[in-house]
Design a binder for this molecule. Structure first.
Ligand code: ADP
Length: 457
């Protein structure tokens, strides 16, 4: 069996629960092939500290090797905060208004990708299989190829591909898209993403489409497919049966006795449609007054990228709206919105989902959205809650039994919440059965196998 080498911006120890779905999914494959996970350590070197000469740090995590490098402050600023999160993230989520396109950070982005390529090339064996993840590392394969690396290389993009005209607003779009042709396989989250990629390379590079999923341009061929990521359903359900989750469920049920809970769980990110969601809840209380006094929205938003300007502004906006809803509708004995700017411990998350009769997963744009899948996994199969899901989340292509909404349409979302609150048990059971079947069939292990199968084919 060839050794698997995974590369992502951050590296996690797959043996730790807090590591999350990706680490859990890749853990087995990494361990069984004696694999390596390469990426940034998470450490930023302050001015004066020299990282350039520091060796790549190698740690053992069972049979897996974790290989990490530190980043000097200037590289972190330009590569991570700058080009990746102030250009690529907003543009790929259709937010040209938030993209800082005139920044010169692309040099830092290239520099870090090139440095990663040099560090990684020194560790690669000829028959390794390399799986590179996400928008931070788009040009990595091209940099590795420039160093003579001939290994099979696959790339999975966790975020959406924008329509070609939006992509073309990035000054370096041709270079970026051309560098994708250094891979053997491109995995995207949804068919919409593949379509956008196909239209882009046809329009801009006159790529020829050979077979159904092979594109030829710049003298190379690349296969591009939708391989939607899933969750580890069994692992998440086991978490729900755990002590911490059971205790939390009991606490929530006592605390909110007689109330119906709606839940939102997100990173605080402008792609998640949080202001729009709070306004839709406000509209629900305005248009359907019977929900006042007995319906509570618990919204947790985990701090994220606090050094990027757009995130600090969003934080203030959310505090403003949640405060406004509470002051407009709150009573001495009822607070409509419980808004928290923090992460919930992963072991308690299933309890929060299970205690809630409706989940609001209403991003304006999302590559996939795993919260939608976690909510379904956490439900009581005999009395499941209802998922209200944005049609603009990648998950909507698979989860068609959710109530699909346009998150920009405040009134429509309010109506969808109202119908979720009144859905018959029969219909809830039917929809949940289908949704659960889907997330089980296309779980994170399927995703990993499907990607590798296509890469090695
Ligand atoms: P993204 O990768 O953009 O953050 P996803 O929905 O795909 O969005 O994945 C988010 C992951 O992070 C899920 O596993 C979810 O449980 C977790 N998560 C998101 N927000 C929170 C939060 N506030 N508290 C705890 N976990 C969170």
């Amino acid at each position: 069996m060839a050794r698997l080498v995974v590369v992502s911006n951050r590296v996690a120890d797959p043996r730790k629960t807090a590591a999350g779905g990706l680490a859990v999914a890749l853990g087995d494959a990494l361990a069984s092939s004696g694999g390596m996970w390469f990426g940034w350590s998470g450490q930023v070197l302050q001015a004066g500290e020299s990282g350039a000469d520091a060796p790549t740090q190698l740690h053992r995590a069972g049979a897996t090797t974790l290989a990490t490098v530190d980043l000097p402050q200037a590289d972190y600023d330009a590569y991570y905060l700058g080009y990746a999160n102030s250009v690529l993230w907003p543009v790929f989520h259709n937010r040209l208004d938030l993209a800082e396109l005139d920044r010169s950070d692309v040099d830092g982005y290239r520099r870090v990708n090139r440095m990663f390529a040099h560090r990684l090339a020194a560790l690669l064996k000829p028959d390794d299989v390399v799986w590179i993840h996400d928008y931070h590392l788009i040009p990595l394969a091209a940099e590795l190829r420039a160093l003579g690396c001939k290994q099979r290389m696959g790339f999975f993009l966790h975020i959406p591909v924008p329509p070609p005209m939006i992509m073309a607003a990035i000054p370096q779009h041709e270079w970026l898209m051309r560098s994708l042709f250094a891979y053997d396989l491109l995995g995207f989250q949804s068919n919409t993403d593949v379509t956008h990629f196909a239209r882009y390379v046809h329009n801009e590079a006159r790529a020829e489409r050979r077979d159904d999923d092979v594109f030829h341009a710049f003298g190379r061929s690349v296969r591009a497919r939708a391989v939607p990521i899933g969750i580890d359903v069994n692992e998440f359900q086991a978490l729900g049966r755990g002590r911490e989750s059971q205790d939390m469920l009991e606490t929530l049920r006592k605390q909110y006795l007689g109330q119906r809970l709606l839940v939102g769980v997100d990173r605080l990110d402008y792609s998640k449609g949080l202001p729009q969601r709070l306004r839709a809840f406000q509209r629900l209380l305005a248009d359907y007054p019977e929900n006042r006094g007995n319906t509570v929205l618990i919204q947790v938003a985990a701090p994220s990228r606090e050094m990027v300007n757009a995130y600090a502004e969003l934080r203030m906006e959310l505090e403003g709206i949640s405060g406004a809803v509470n002051s407009e509708y709150g009573e001495l004995d009822w607070t409509p919105v419980r808004y928290m700017y923090r992460a919930v411990a992963r072991k308690r998350l299933p309890a929060l989902y299970r205690a809630s009769c409706v989940a609001l997963v209403t991003p304006l744009r999302d590559g996939m959205n795993l919260v939608a899948k976690e909510y379904v996994a956490a439900q009581d199969p005999d009395d499941p809650g209802v998922l209200v899901l944005s049609r603009f989340a990648g998950a909507a292509e698979q989860m068609t039994q959710a109530i699909l909404v346009n998150p920009y349409d405040t009134q429509a979302v309010a109506e969808a919440i109202q119908s979720a609150l009144h859905m018959s048990q029969e219909e809830r059971l039917r929809r949940h059965r289908e949704l659960l079947k889907g997330i089980r069939e296309f779980d994170v292990h399927w995703w990993h196998k499907e990607f590798m199968h296509n890469l090695l084919d």
